[in-house]
Design a protein around this ligand. Structure first.
Ligand code: AMP
Length: 195
């Protein structure tokens, strides 16, 4: 069911996840790659940020709170192992996230292969549903490891981002979508996922 968004958890879900983050933390991983070389980027990141690839799992991260039901989300699909929901700062219409529920893994290095396989099965199913329902011209599936790579929430997640002809990608984790629009989209996608 549609859950009303309240509070500003986006703060959590955005750059506040790691106080030692990259100063480019709000810039899209994609555009960042285009605009700066990795060497220049690394020069701007402090040591703690570079360590974000290897830090401890923080169970207060926003996705852990969502899994425990302590923070709301626009759920698209859920089973015992996997949760899929709408990104509230979408980079395109239909931008969704898929996360493991049981694995306390920050990134691809840490997740066990069984959990990863379950996540990817849902990524594929959701991608098919997004294509059927929204008819995009393409779909981007992305996953970032460590702040220098663009990661802002340190619970592993797959981005599923429909791409529409002539529309460029929105800035990463920047503009919050209209709740009414998210609820409407959620209903459309949930109806297809239930088929
Ligand atoms: P990443 O930068 O790969 O770690 O991606 C984190 C994603 O989570 C971004 O696309 C954010 O827009 C998104 N995000 C942050 N907080 C929330 C939230 N509370 N609900 C849904 N999506 C969120």
């Amino acid at each position: 069911s549609g859950q009303v968004w309240h509070g500003r958890s986006g703060q959590d879900g955005g750059k506040a996840q790691d106080s030692g983050e990259c100063p480019f933390g709000q810039v899209s991983g994609f555009s960042r790659r285009a605009e700066t070389g990795m060497v220049r980027l690394f020069a701007h990141c402090n040591r703690r940020t570079l360590m974000s690839l290897h830090g401890d799992y923080d169970d207060q991260n926003i996705f852990a709170k969502i899994i425990r039901g302590e923070a709301p989300c626009y759920t698209l699909y859920e089973d015992d192992d996997v949760l899929a929901f709408l990104d509230v700062f979408p980079q395109s219409f239909g931008h969704s996230l898929v996360i493991p529920k049981k694995a306390a893994a920050r990134n691809l290095l840490e997740i066990d292969t069984d959990s990863l396989a379950k996540v990817m099965a849902v990524v594929q199913r959701l991608t098919r549903v997004l294509v059927e329902e929204l008819q995009p011209a393409g779909v981007q599936v992305a996953q970032f490891n460590g702040a220098p790579a663009g990661q802002t929430v340190f619970h592993i997640h797959m981005h599923v981002i429909p791409r529409f002809a002539g529309e460029s990608l929105g800035i990463h984790a920047s503009a919050k979508a209209d709740p009414a629009e998210l609820e409407q989209l959620q209903a459309r996608l949930r109806a297809r996922l239930a088929d």
